[in-house]
Design a protein around this ligand. Structure first.
Ligand code: FAD
Length: 468
């Protein structure tokens, strides 16, 4: 027996792309159906952004306790209860999932639990145990996200080789962990597990960890990580993983043509994510894909090669970030509802929750040079800021890039306390073509870490105040 319904917009996938698009569409007056096979909130909420940050916070608190003496506080017999750490994380996640359920009800979005499949550009099927649902729909948004990528090497399927989702459930910590991949996900976990007392080694294929960043950020985070005893091998190609008789894992790799290996009790594969669109009917519909089949191809209105089918978020393989997915969702919905608009990729902030945090927006020195842009640089260290010292921090810097002729802010890279919050100000500047002088003329509260932005902006065209 089938169940039929009508919709203006059917959205497949309820991650930060899909569920935000659903709210926006409902607010604009559309009849919306949201199809999700798993939990509302997608990767981001259930096994990505939020759970990792819950662990980051536990790691931070644990570190504070270890350093309590420095602050004149005394803490004894400090220990970690991983079961509680995981439980706290789960509680935050389920509270937020309920929050999205509430938002869907409040906005009149019809949520259907099940796997969505596009039969034709105006029909979506949802497979359910108690009979399929057929949705007749004027528009479709594909928001099916991404899944962890796999390294096609021997041993990748061994039981102790885990992905990021499994790493979030470790109630028993390994003594030693090898992380394959020093990108954002790998490095966030490296700092988390290092703080929890695990002996962490990172093996990265590229010549730097977090390689898409400004070189100064790469070297700063590398030296901070190494000072904390996170061992890092860059320019290293992992060849295979073997299990020993006593249940340990040997990760073999080549670095500078030399064969090397490291051992661990667990191996975390953090080698990237791949867009997920299996079984939704992409091939049958003949939807165009990006080069090498990486993701569903879209134009800047988020429209696929079939005009009433849109795609947003990780599945488009443009930028794998939650806030980018949400914004793409809003762009798609506006276009569907007749309000023409284009996705602007020029000012999307990136946030990395290492310790200290890293945040970026727009150009860095590498990408500006590649693009042939003449720029000025303003840099200011966090250690010259009063608030930072009261926090017990002293590392990192903010680097602002401006266009040479116009003084317009074109990018920023920062590493230091609260960077992931501070980047919002510079994002506003980049997005709106503000000049470094506009930032410097803006009064920043004292004492705050935001004063470092003020000083970096001043340095970009004049002279910082608190300098020697
Ligand atoms: P997803 O969140 O992947 O959601 C897709 C949804 O579609 C899923 O719920 C899936 O079940 C559903 N689905 C798939 N196929 C079907 C189908 N046929 N029918 C019905 N439902 C279907 N980004 C940040 O911006 N900040 C961070 O700090 C951050 N940290 C991260 C940490 C980790 C460990 C990971 C893995 C990712 C992190 N990300 C972070 C990336 C972020 O999670 C993704 O960019 C974001 O979730 C993409 O959103 P999306 O809506 O495109 O897809």
């Amino acid at each position: 027996a089938g169940n039929a319904m009508e919709a203006d917009i059917t959205i497949i996938g309820a991650g930060p792309g899909g569920y935000v698009a659903a709210i926006k569409a409902a607010q604009m007056g559309a009849k919306v159906v949201l199809v999700e096979k798993d939990k509302l909130g997608g990767t981001c909420l259930n096994r990505g952004c939020i759970p990792t940050k819950a662990l980051v916070r536990s790691a931070e608190i644990y570190n504070y306790l270890k350093e309590a003496d420095d602050f004149g506080c005394h803490a004894e017999n400090i220990s970690l209860n991983m079961k509680k750490v995981i439980k706290r994380k789960d509680k935050i996640v389920s509270r937020l999932v309920k929050g999205i359920e509430f938002l869907m009800r409040k906005n009149g979005v019809k949520v259907i639990q099940g796997s969505g499949q596009i039969k034709d550009p105006e029909t979506v099927y949802v497979k359910k145990d108690n009979g399929d649902v057929v949705i007749n729909t004027s528009n479709i948004i594909i928001a099916t996200g991404s899944v962890p990528a796999h390294l096609p090497i021997e041993g990748a399927d061994l039981p102790g080789v885990i992905n990021s989702a499994e790493a979030l459930e470790l109630e028993e910590l390994p003594e030693k962990m090898v992380i394959v991949g020093g990108g954002v996900i790998g490095m966030e976990f490296a700092f988390i597990f290092n703080s929890f007392g695990v002996d962490v080694t990172v093996v990265e294929y590229l010549d730097d960890i977090l390689a898409s960043n400004d070189s100064d950020i790469c070297s700063e985070i590398t030296s901070i990580a190494e000072n904390r005893n996170i061992k890092i091998f860059t320019g290293s190609r992992v060849e295979k993983i073997n299990e020993t008789e006593d249940g340990k894992y040997i990760v073999s790799f080549t670095q500078n043509d030399k064969n090397k290996f490291v051992t661990g009790d667990k191996v975390l594969m953090a080698v990237g994510r791949k867009p997920f669109f299996e079984g939704i009917g992409v091939e049958e519909l003949g939807l165009e894909l990006n080069e090498k089949g990486r993701g569903i191809k879209v134009n800047d209105k988020m429209q696929t090669s079939i005009p009433n089918i849109y795609a947003i978020g990780d599945v488009t393989s443009k930028i794998l970030l939650a806030h980018a997915a949400s914004h793409q969702g809003i762009v798609a919905v506006k276009n569907i509802m007749g309000e023409e608009c284009k996705m602007d990729y020029g000012a999307i902030p990136g946030a990395v929750f290492t310790d200290p945090e890293i945040a970026t927006v727009g150009y860095n020195e590498k990408t500006a040079t590649e693009a042939g842009i003449e720029y000025n640089v303003g840099v200011f260290p966090f250690k010259a800021n009063g608030k930072v010292l009261t926090l017990g921090e002293n590392k990192g810097f903010i680097k602002i890039l401006t266009e040479k002729d116009t003084d317009k802010v074109i990018g920023c890279s920062m590493i230091g306390p609260h960077s992931t919050d501070l980047i919002a100000e510079v994002t506003l500047a980049v997005k709106n073509g503000l000049r470094a002088e506009d930032i410097a003329e803006t009064i920043h509260a004292h004492p705050t870490t935001a004063e470092v932005i003020h000083e970096a902006a001043l340095s970009a065209y004049e002279k910082p105040l608190h300098t020697f």
